[in-house]
Design a protein around this ligand. Structure first.
Ligand code: R5P
Length: 311
């Protein structure tokens, strides 16, 4: 049986996974000093045990990452046999290439740090760029919550309203085509459907700002499901939603894996023309990040299933 720890950024999710695995979370002490340094201590006998730590690395990204590295080090020092990192949201995944000359490729460094800390295996969900998987030299698995979201939205729409006649699947940017395909395949149980694509442009000198260039595909009279990996400011999603409605969509629903909300995003989304915002608990849905249109689907069963396979 695997020994499970929950980091401070995934407390709710880790508890759910522990319940499904019919186990208790291992005890640890995480202290943050006044100078912001973090001290990690894991308690319990780890000798020769297979251990997993669930810790998402969303805002505050840097301190969540540090806690994760230090937890791994502490587990290693306790002589754990194997250490598995479950990082539901992988911070820095969007810094995957040199978007402009002179930039760091930060996600590659995060991968190196995880390996140096001593992880034997890492799982994540819907990584921004699949190619980042190739940076790992330890076993790594990119799981997907898109089929779960597809099932929840099908149930939400109800019988008779989920056919290709009624629903269009759309990607709010050109980089999300594969994601839209994966979602649509699960939603329609068919690979053959027209994917609507919104073309987006970013001015990389400005942060959290993007604008729409064009849209390809038909949305008139349909329920549009906008599929994306992450929402931070909400700009990408809400610009695309507005355009769909302007082009005659009946209503627009969002299917977003990671609710990596900036401070103003929950209010912006609630006040927008979206009819519902479906997401997951890759980032714990704390009360301050909740709003009426938010519907959270738990990835806990997927993690429990995966950890059940770890030897
Ligand atoms: C970009 O390539 C991502 O897939 C998301 O579309 C983007 O990061 C969302 O950010 P925001 O909500 O700030 O527009």
């Amino acid at each position: 049986m695997i020994t499970l720890y929950g980091g401070t950024s995934s407390t709710l999710l880790a508890k759910k996974v522990a319940k499904l695995l019919e186990t208790r979370l291992g005890r640890s002490e995480i202290k943050v000093f006044d100078n912001s340094e973090v001290r990690v201590r894991v308690l319990g006998d780890l000798q020769n045990k297979t251990v997993a730590i669930i810790q998402t690395t969303s805002n505050p990204t840097n301190s969540s990452l540090m806690e994760l590295f230090f937890t791994c080090d502490a587990l290693k020092r306790g002589n754990a046999k194997k250490i598995v990192g479950v990082i539901p949201y992988f911070g820095y995944a969007r810094q995957n290439i040199q978007h402009r000359p002179g930039e760091a490729v930060s996600v590659n460094l995060v991968v190196r740090f995880l390996e140096t800390a001593g992880f034997d295996e890492v799982f994540t969900f819907d990584l921004h760029d699949e190619a980042t998987a190739g940076v790992f030299t330890i076993p790594f698995k990119n799981l997907s919550a898109l089929p779960l979201l597809a099932e929840s939205i099908r149930n939400h729409l109800g019988e008779g309203k989920t056919s290709k006649e009624h629903v269009a699947i759309a990607s709010p940017d050109q980089g999300g085509v594969e994601r839209g395909r994966l979602f649509g395949k699960a939603f329609f149980d068919d690979e053959d459907f027209p994917l609507v694509i919104v073309e987006k442009k970013r001015d990389l000198n400005l942060i959290h700002q993007s604008k729409i260039v064009d849209m390809y595909g038909e949305v008139k009279g349909k329920t549009v499901i906008l599929v994306d990996d992450i929402v931070t400011s909400g700009g990408t999603l809400l610009n695309a939603a507005k355009l769909c409605l302007r082009k005659g969509a009946k209503n627009v629903i969002a299917a977003i894996v990671h609710p990596d909300f900036s401070e103003k995003a929950p209010k912006r989304i609630q006040n927008s023309s979206l009819s519902a915002f479906f997401t997951t608990d890759t980032i714990d849905p704390l009360p301050s990040r909740r709003f009426k249109k938010l519907k959270v689907v738990s990835i806990a069963p997927l993690i429990a299933e995966e950890l059940g396979r770890v030897k």
